[in-house]
Write a protein that binds this ligand. Structure first.
Ligand SMILES: [Zn+2]
Ligand SMILES: [Zn+2]
Length: 775
């Protein structure tokens, strides 16, 4: 007997039964809560198709009928070509099914099913909504919370799934009759747009004096006037508050920096339009595409006309375009603003005015639609026409990542990531969802954010993990969390997790070995030492460290990461022994401090040996006179060095590759000696910086060439935070490709520690598969 699906109504018997064609289609991916069913309804109407559409666990299911087979084919074409902007189609399966003689096309109610239901990220205001808010004849004229099924908040307002209004932070707003009509009409742009709102029934703006808490009249207009006067405002956006001021007002920017306790960390800018951005920065076509995309990331662009204090000592500034109607209204008046996350130093972005933002600003422009999930602005640069993520959050989270079929397991998994720039990842039913950037978990507030995100994502995607995955580091908060959970857990080496994340993202099948080049600041090694310049022969279930950078002392541990001059001394000591050359930049450091650090190095006190590439960059940056004695943010010294590197320089320094050792050792002692010689000859820092970048690229290529000859690897993976360095990434890729290797690097995730958690999931999947087969 055929199993009857009680969601499918019995079709009325029609005279034409048996004379038409019928098609059963399932579409999987992000197709719920993005206007997909009304879109299907509209094409079905247009092509005079009959049948139904409904949401199912992992997508939508359709039954279509027509006498005209060409119309069914046209439907499939439209499905791909005209899909709503927020929809992400993973797979379309279509096949013939018995013709049953439906008379209409209907959107059927869906039953809640136990599966992975996807939810769209937040998406910037669409053209139609923008036009509507600009038209004085429209009822949403200048309404800051206008949205439709193609745009508006999603991830940041959802409390649980399935996605409908009652389960979002819009639940408290009762729809007015006009909104209700739009919401219920399948032909309306706002059919089932859950955050639908208008001036009558939706959220409202208010402007509050940060000191007195007093409300001010004409919020938006007054806010604009205050920014023009040089005041600092906290403005509530989608995933949190921005701190906003006039970037051309030096006093305002200086004050903002004092309040945020950030003297050099770059500040993001929001510009009215492309023309405004083009005044200050060079924009390539690929960068323009990213800026204008519906996800609206901050894009790092080469400076054309610098704005002082925005990104000091760097050659790039970060710009984004407005992504909510509120931003459009503000920028329509102001043209360009600083829009930086409203977090206090070492705390997550504020989502509520009660989280202490009054101390960071003069006025608060807020509204009464609560934020469920925090999400920072995403930040990327373009390298080789593709995005290179510095931070992946708003606009991209929680897009799912499909796992190669060979790795899929029935268990549910939660990976906790590392410690710095943490994310978590959940696995269920063949898909991984990675959280937004959560920050450094060593800070108590960020750790609370980590726990808040775990609770939220588990509930949202109804995941109950069977096991956890964490880092090898015994002292990380994530490792302690795993230990305390009572669940079984796996531990994965940090740099191997970096490589695995890339294999997974690119859907590499199991069994194909790659050369994994994992370069970053720090990760706990298999031997407990601080690693960071690692080369692996790896696939999903094996990993051999075939090469590493020569180890040097890390005097003072964490302190060495903050004070690049310590690493400069460590490298000089390694290259020159006890008779150190005189280096100008080091003369600026107190003599007693220098001697103290040298004594630590010589006695091996608090000076573990490290192979870190990040620390090598710190040392060279300091020797070249580019890095400050103490950095304010991670990678500041390497970023300054990259910014300075002259493009036309082709020469490099010598290095050595010791194949006798196991793992092979790459030593930059010869390079350090030549850098010191260049310094003595007053070679400009920009030339030294370029030569150093070229040296690293050549060292990577040399290891790859040897690995290809000895192990037959054809693919190299470039990952780890160091590969946020565009110059190194591009020059290393070019050299590797010249040697016939194909190069993979993270495109949808950041190469930094944000990609540790998806890599950890990949490890667990491979282990579970293996255990099942060997059991
Ligand atoms: Zn819209
Ligand atoms: Zn309304």
């Amino acid at each position: 007997m055929k199993k009857k699906n009680h969601n499918t109504p019995s079709p009325p018997r029609a005279p034409c039964q048996g004379q038409g064609h019928a098609l059963r289609i399932t579409v999987s991916g992000v197709v719920q809560g993005v206007g997909f069913r009304p879109f299907v309804y509209r094409i079905a109407q247009k092509l005079r198709l009959r049948g139904w559409v409904k949401n199912i666990g992992y997508g939508v299911s359709l039954h279509l009928e027509s006498e005209n087979q060409a119309n069914l084919r046209r439907f499939l074409k439209s499905l791909e070509q005209e899909k709503p902007p927020l929809a992400l189609i993973e797979k379309v399966e279509a096949g013939p099914t018995p013709f049953r003689g439906f008379r209409h096309f209907r959107i059927l109610k869906s039953r809640q099913e136990e599966s992975f239901v996807f939810i769209s990220p937040d998406i910037s205001t669409c053209r139609s909504c923008f036009d509507e808010t600009s038209d004085p004849a429209e009822r949403r004229y200048r309404y800051p919370f206008t949205n439709c099924t193609d745009c508006g908040p999603r991830y940041t307002i959802v409390k649980s799934l399935p996605y409908d209004r009652a389960r979002t932070t819009m639940a408290g707003f009762a729809m007015c009759p006009d909104c209700r009509r739009e919401y219920e009409n399948p032909l309306d742009r706002r059919y089932h747009a859950q955050p639908i709102a208008c001036p009558v029934c939706g959220p409202r703006l208010s402007l509050v004096d940060a000191k007195t808490g007093k409300k001010l009249d004409e919020g938006l207009k007054t806010a604009v006037a205050m920014i023009r006067k040089g005041k600092i405002l906290a403005i509530k956006g989608l995933g949190g508050f921005h701190l906003v001021c006039d970037p051309l007002n030096r006093d305002a920017v200086a004050r903002l920096r004092r309040l945020k306790q950030r003297q050099t960390k770059p500040l993001a800018l929001m510009a009215r339009d492309m023309e405004t951005i083009a005044k200050y920065a060079a924009v390539s076509p690929a960068e323009k595409r990213e800026l204008l995309s519906a996800r609206r990331p901050i894009v790092l662009l080469k400076k054309k006309r610098d704005i002082p204090q925005i990104a000091p000592n760097l050659d790039e500034m970060g710009f984004m375009l407005p992504y909510t109607p509120l931003h459009h209204l503000l920028l329509g008046e102001l043209g360009l603003i600083v829009a930086t996350s409203s977090n206090r130093k070492d705390a997550p972005i504020a989502k509520d005015e009660k989280e202490g933002i009054a101390e960071l600003c003069d006025y608060i422009l807020t509204h009464n639609r609560p934020i469920q999930s925090r999400a920072d602005d995403s930040v990327l640069k373009v390298a080789g026409e593709k995005p290179l993520f510095v931070r992946r959050a708003r606009g991209y989270v929680p897009y799912p990542q499909r796992v190669p079929p060979e790795l899929q397991v029935p268990q549910q998994i939660m990976a906790l990531g590392g410690e710095l720039k943490d994310t978590i990842s959940l696995y269920k039913n063949g898909y991984i969802v990675t959280s937004q950037f959560l920050g450094d978990l060593d800070e108590y507030q960020n750790f609370l954010y980590f726990e808040e995100t775990i609770r939220h994502l588990q509930r949202l995607f109804s995941v109950k993990p069977d096991l956890l995955v964490c880092d090898l580091h015994p002292g990380f908060h994530t490792t302690r969390y795993a230990r305390k959970s009572g669940l079984p857990f796996f531990q994965v080496q940090h740099h191997y997790a970096h490589v695995l994340a890339v294999l997974l993202e690119h859907g590499l099948p199991p069994g194909e070995k790659v050369l994994g080049v994992s370069l970053d600041g720090y990760g706990y090694g298999l031997d407990g030492a601080p690693w960071g310049g690692e080369f692996f022969l790896a696939d999903y279930d094996s990993c051999a460290r075939i090469a590493r950078f020569r180890e040097v002392p890390l005097p003072g541990g964490d302190q060495a990461a903050r004070q690049p001059w310590r690493m400069a001394l460590a490298y000089l000591r390694d290259a020159f022994g006890v008779s150190l050359p005189r280096i100008r930049s080091l003369e600026g450091i107190d003599g007693e401090k220098r001697r103290q650090v040298l004594r630590m190095i010589e006695a091996g006190v608090r000076s573990p040996l490290t192979s870190s590439c990040g620390r090598l960059f710190d040392a060279v940056s300091f020797l070249a006179g580019v890095a400050p004695a103490e950095v304010e943010f991670e990678a500041e010294a390497p970023m300054r060095l990259e910014a300075l590197a002259q493009r036309k320089i082709r020469s490099a320094y010598p290095f050595s590759l010791e194949p006798g050792s196991s793992p092979w050792e790459i030593s930059f002692v010869p390079a350090i000696r030549r850098i010191v010689r260049d310094l003595a000859r007053h070679v400009p820092a920009g030339v030294i910086a370029a030569r150093f970048h070229n040296t690293l690229a050549r060292a990577i290529a040399a290891v790859a060439e040897k690995a290809a000859a000895e192990f037959g690897v054809r693919t190299a993976v470039l990952t780890g935070g160091v590969f946020l360095n565009r110059k190194l990434l591009l020059s290393a890729s070019t050299l590797l490709e010249e040697k016939g290797l194909s190069v993979l690097r993270p495109v949808r995730y950041s190469p930094n520690d944000e990609s540790i958690s998806p890599g950890q999931v990949a490890y667990a999947l491979a282990r579970l598969k293996k255990e099942r087969f060997s059991a």
